[in-house]
Design a protein around this ligand. Structure first.
Ligand code: FAD
Ligand code: NAI
Length: 474
């Protein structure tokens, strides 16, 4: 006999597990199916999806360890801290600590499921058909019927033809987070978010890092002022970022990988001890039996959804990386909550204009809203306020005063249209901009708000003042 639920969520990543918790909070009998091949100590698939297992959380754990190591190499001396003997990195301990953080968080979601009465179903979910009472799916060997289905199957790394990923010598995000010794020469294909974050980790730990990027511009999605500053700072840190690269033959040897590529300067060859392929991600829709029920997938492989995340099928919804929009954990969570609330008859909503982006390099990069180049292209008249962290006492006190805050506001209404930050703690500072923009705030609103002193947030305050050409400390 089939198990029956009001809501079945397929996929237990940030989009799926949050949708399941919210649906249960709203009083629906809810189940969440997860087929992650990485088992927990009980042999069950781990919840948390890409984000907790092989994405956001483990990458940030490694970024933190490598940042501490880099500080010991470059920042201690200037502040009078002397270390007797050499500071060294024990990579297996770093990886084990990361695994412990992942374990704690993924198990934590099982605890949240219990607390919120979400039924966890271990197994791969796929559609069988529409039946009386809802949709029938198979989860592992079990039959499940649910009135509403939320597909949250996420994404996996895109691979390139002719570059076999074994997650030993040639890695995608999964292998990149398990490297067990500092590679002397690390190559990365793609200078996007993963390329920069993983490149930073291993550069800080002593690797010689080369990033091969196909595009002729760097960080095309970011405000180009920020991208220019980032390229300058990352190059100074020793990341060798090559643009306009056409990767050719890749030959995998016993201990190294040889990459042939072309740049404007002609044909080149490089040998790496490890190669990371970070050229974007593809949505997971294979195996859902989508065709059998007529679930519409668009030409790029994403499940087609409307503004409320409803698919072309009644009561079948989809959220997160498997649908259009940025592939970010917080976007997936927002959509998960919005769908659960829409099912409950509320006004669930995701505001795509205020989704923040963060790149956890050093300095961090964060932005929300429109870039200056987008405003120019749209013919919007705007005013700019730009303040460097060099003008901030707290930043100077910490010894890291690189970067700036740039605020863009409508020339007519003063409404904030975009905030772009490169600097320490940009990931936290951007929150203030997100809140102000969510409330349709003006630069003057921020300028008139009292900011604690001494804090880095004063640079955001000064940038707001600078929009009106009246900064006080610059
Ligand atoms: P996923 O997290 O991919 O989860 C989908 C889940 O569904 C998986 O667990 C999968 O096993 C399961 N599944 C798939 N098919 C089925 C099926 N048929 N039946 C049952 N289960 C199924 N985002 C950020 O916002 N901040 C970051 O710092 C960040 N860092 C990242 C670092 C890396 C290295 C990577 C790779 C990604 C990072 N991301 C980050 C992106 C973030 O991980 C994703 O946007 C987010 O995980 C998407 O959530 P999701 O729920 O849509 O999908
Ligand atoms: P990405 O889309 O950020 O960057 C991919 C890069 O590879 C681009 O610059 C692209 O031009 C380049 N590229 C594509 N094909 C290429 C080729 N054949 N040769 C050379 N370069 C090529 O993708 P990435 O870094 O793989 O990350 C995937 C996604 O995961 C991100 O878009 C983001 O949504 C998410 N993510 C988010 C993080 C965060 O929020 N801090 C951290 C890591 C990942």
């Amino acid at each position: 006999m089939a198990k029956q639920f009001d809501v079945l969520v397929v996929g237990g990543g940030p989009g799926g597990y949050v949708a399941a918790i919210r649906a249960a909070q709203l009083g629906f009998s809810t189940a969440c199916a997860e087929s992650n091949p990485y088992a927990d100590p009980k042999g069950e698939p781990r919840l948390g999806g890409t984000c907790l297992n092989v994405g956001c959380i483990p990458s940030k754990a490694l970024l933190h360890t490598s940042h501490l190591f880099a500080e010991s190499q470059h920042a201690f001396e200037a502040q009078g801290i002397k270390v007797s003997g050499e500071v060294s990195i024990d990579v297996p301990t770093m990886i084990a600590r990361k695994a412990k953080v992942v374990e704690q968080l993924t198990q934590g979601i099982k605890g949240l499921f219990k607390k919120n009465k979400v039924t966890f179903l271990a197994g791969h979910g796929s559609f069988v058909g529409q039946v009386e009472g809802g949709w029938q799916l198979k989860v592992g060997e079990e039959e499940v019927i649910a009135k509403h289905v939320i597909v949250a199957t996420g994404s996996t790394a895109r691979h390139l033809p002719g570059i076999p990923v074994d997650n030993k010598l040639v890695c995608d995000n999964i292998g990149a987070l398990e490297i067990d010794a500092v590679p002397q020469r690390l190559g990365l294909i793609g200078s996007g978010v993963i390329g920069l974050e993983m490149g930073s980790v291993w550069k800080r730990l002593g690797a010689q890092v080369t990033i091969l990027e196909a595009m002729d511009s760097f960080l095309g999605a970011a405000d180009q002022d920020i991208a220019k500053e980032a390229l300058k700072l990352f190059t100074k840190q020793g990341l060798d970022i090559k643009l306009s690269v056409k990767v050719g033959q890749v030959s995998v040897g016993e201990k190294s990988v040889t990459v042939e590529y072309e740049t404007k300067d002609g044909a080149q060859t490089a040998e790496f001890d490890r190669l990371i392929v970070s050229v974007g991600r593809v949505p997971n829709t294979a195996g859902l039996n989508a065709e059998a029920v007529g679930l519409k997938i668009d030409e790029r492989g994403f499940i087609d959804v409307d503004a409320h995340n409803l698919t072309n099928l009644p009561n079948v919804w989809a959220v997160g990386d498997v649908v259009r929009g940025p592939m970010l954990a917080h976007k997936a969570m927002e959509e998960g909550v919005a769908v659960a609330e829409t099912i409950a008859g509320q006004k669930g909503h995701t505001n795509f204009d205020t989704i923040p982006w963060v790149i956890y390099t050093s300095p961090e990069i964060a932005w929300v809203g429109k870039t200056e180049q987008a405003l120019k292209a749209e013919g919007v008249e705007y005013r700019v306020g730009k303040i460097p962290f060099m003008a901030n006492g707290r930043a100077l006190g910490t010894g890291d005063a690189s970067g700036f805050v740039k605020m863009l506001a409508c020339a007519k209404t003063d409404r904030i249209l975009g905030v772009h930050i490169i600097g320490a703690n940009a990931s936290e500072l951007i929150g203030e901009a997100v809140v102000t923009m969510e409330f349709a705030g003006a630069s003057e609103d921020l300028a008139r708000i009292c900011h604690a002193h001494p804090t880095l947030s004063e640079v955001v305050h000064e940038a707001a003042l600078a929009v009106d050409k009246r900064p006080l400390h610059f």
